[in-house]
Design a binder for this molecule. Structure first.
Ligand SMILES: [Zn+2]
Ligand SMILES: [Zn+2]
Length: 98
């Protein structure tokens, strides 16, 4: 939190800014603030590549790639995040395979 002053998080469509509330629900039923965890469900560890803009707190309801919500990121950091988000979420779907 030292020189991140240029970093902003808001919807790429309507510029709604997450208010810190738990507005996102996973398929497992968990409701949490997806920006606390970088779009990973804290209960089942599923990683979400896309993030909805929640209409209830004032968003537009559109779905955008999670990475697109971050603005002002250094190019290198953005690339790192994109790589991280592109990793297959084997923690989600690989558990029940023999
Ligand atoms: Zn979940
Ligand atoms: Zn929006």
């Amino acid at each position: 939190m030292s020189n991140d002053s240029s970093l902003a998080i808001y919807c790429p469509r309507c510029h709604w800014e997450p208010d810190g509330g738990a507005h996102w629900q996973c398929t497992c039923g968990c409701v949490w603030n997806t920006f606390d965890t970088g779009a990973v469900c804290p209960r089942c560890q599923r990683r979400w590549r896309d993030t909805d803009c929640p209409p209830l707190p004032g968003g537009c309801g559109a779905t955008s790639p999670h990475i697109d919500w971050y603005h002002g990121l250094d190019a290198a950091v953005a690339e790192l995040m994109e790589t991280a988000l592109a990793v297959p979420a084997n923690v989600c779907c690989g558990r029940n395979e023999p």
